[in-house]
Design a protein around this ligand. Structure first.
Ligand SMILES: O=c1ccn([C@@H]2O[C@H](COP(=O)(O)O)[C@@H](O)[C@H]2O)c(=O)[nH]1
Length: 279
């Protein structure tokens, strides 16, 4: 079985280093001339899938925007996931789950077990009940070729007060997360399956991201003010492992599928040149 790290490495080689988020904000539904209901949600997602599902390496639906419509919204999420996977995109569900280990095991079955209706290639996870509490996600992901992206230094300004807090051993919370994920990825080739989330907005991190040997998801580009040029400052020598992620910046170009495609292509070109400028 091919690991998530290997599948991601191949997808990025074939389609380029870009993740596009599906975040159907009420304002975007309105801008697209859609109703703020399940039909509008479904139309929005089908348009995004049609425009980019066969060309973007990773697509990241934001679960919150589906959950707000209850079970029918979750139904749209399930069918969006299926359509994206059929078109060859890797699906990273942004759901930021975390809990005590026995409950994390249930989340792992929900998202990372291929027999689940909500099965995706990877999920985002929150480490604030302890990275060790996420162990069932890591083991289920490893068993089925899935991936987990753990929050380390998030793109929002409020994150720093928790993530940069210093523990008894002198390391920040973020560095503890970085170290534990690096340990999980040790020796993996061509890339580990366990990633980190590090916002494109955080500036120079003062943290060691060089030994992670896994993907570094960089949200916060575009709408939150992060820029491709700024990625070098944030990631330094770890730049080759970065997976830049845009949602509103690309989605705002819709509803015309050609315009959405063009926005994704523009984002990819800018990220490629920023990432290629290493060294
Ligand atoms: O640190 C983080 C972690 C996750 N996100 C999520 O990414 C998108 C960003 O959307 P934009 O429209 O590109 O701002 C959204 O789903 C967030 O929940 C993040 O922004 N920062």
């Amino acid at each position: 079985m091919e690991t998530f790290g290997a599948r991601l490495h191949r997808a990025v080689a074939e389609r380029g280093p870009l993740c596009v988020g599906i975040d159907p904000h009420p304002g975007l539904l309105a801008d697209w001339g859609l109703t703020d209901d399940v039909d509008g949600l479904d139309r929005f997602c089908r348009t995004v899938v049609e425009a980019i599902g066969d060309r973007v390496a990773v697509v990241k639906p934001q679960s919150a925007f589906f959950e707000r419509f209850g079970s029918r919204g979750v139904g749209v999420l399930e069918s969006t996931i299926r359509q994206l996977r059929d078109l060859g995109a890797l699906v990273l569900l942004d759901v930021k789950r975390g809990d005590i280990g026995s409950t994390v095991a249930a989340y792992a079955s929900a998202y990372l077990d291929p027999s689940s209706p909500m099965y995706v290639d990877a999920v985002t996870a929150s480490p604030y009940l302890g990275v060790g509490s996420l162990a069932p996600m890591f083991s289920t992901a490893a068993e089925h070729g899935g991936g987990v992206f753990v929050l380390a230094l998030t793109s929002n300004p409020e994150g720093a007060s928790v993530q940069r807090a210093v523990g008894a051993d002198g390391r920040t919370v973020a560095q503890t997360v970085i170290d534990e994920i690096s340990q999980l990825n040790r020796g993996a080739e061509p890339l580990g399956s366990f990633g980190l989330v590090v916002g494109a907005t955080v500036g120079e991190t003062g943290h060691d991201l060089g030994s992670v040997n896994g993907p570094l998801l960089a949200p916060g580009l575009g709408a939150q003010g992060g820029t491709p040029a700024g990625l070098r400052t944030v990631f330094g020598a770890a730049l080759p492992s970065v997976l830049p992620s845009y949602s509103r910046e690309v989605l705002g170009a819709g509803p015309d599928p050609d315009a959405l495609r063009a926005a994704a292509e523009r984002a990819l070109a800018e990220c490629r040149s920023a990432l290629d400028a290493v060294g």
